[in-house]
Design a binder for this molecule. Sequence first.
Ligand SMILES: [Zn+2]
Length: 316
Amino acid sequence: MAEERILPPEPELNDRSDAGERLDLLPQIRNLMPFTISDRFRIPLRSGHAVDRGWTAATGHRPMAVTWHWSATATLDECSALLGGENPLRRGVASAHYAVGRGFAEGVDRYVSLEDRSWHAGKNQTVRWDGRAFAGDDDKGSRTSIGVETVNLGYARAGIPAEPDWPRADDPAGRWRMRIQPWTRQQVEMMISAGREIVGRWPHIGPRDHHGHHDICPDYKVDPVGFPFAKVLRGIYEDASIPDVWTPYWTVRGRRRALVELGYNVGDGGVWTPECDAALHDFQRRHGLAPNGRWSTFVGWKVRDTMSLLRFATGS
Ligand SMILES: [Zn+2]
């Protein structure tokens, strides 16, 4: 398939001291920053490969959501060697629809058409795309959502030391703290482009239909904790009013604060206590979410909805 030259959605003109005043420079500046969405690692639509034709009748022959991942690789080439093309290392085991590199020079690889299913999630899955409890194979991520890998090392660990700018985030169960490699600004722009391609084809997928792998497979996956969901979604939907229901809850401290505001007893000590766990289970149950005590994108949205109602009711 032919490669397309894609321009970043919003060139960062302000970064260039010589730009912004002379509009006639714009075309040249834009040409400095194109990137490619490439089909060089397209996975064949044949048996033995981690791809299935079409979406299932269970979801009305369409995907219901987008699942974002981190690749746990340093480069797009490493990610594509694992997942993409005719003969990847994980051939017939795992794939994704897209993989987004760290910068414009790497670009984006598109492994699977948006008409078909990639095998990016479903193993050890306990939550479905809308936050409700997983009820069977029809709810599998690989049957219901579009998978996007983003090239990112994940959390600091042996052999992968944290850089000073790696933010801290707690795992969804509040048991351990991680240092997360940040996504780059160029990468965010490319994720926005891929997201626009997805939503262009499947416009029923709204801002609330995006989640991370760990949201549907808690206790099995932690990717992509720390993902810049708000930035990416505001770009995809060109809507700056999309709330950030992720960053405030990266840490146990933020989650405790939210539960207190919702009227729960969270116990003492600044840690994730049994009271916190009980409160989150109760909150999830009241809102129709899988009651698993794991902080998630779905919890973040419901917390925000509930707080908005509370503020409205009290006039504050
Ligand atoms: Zn993943």
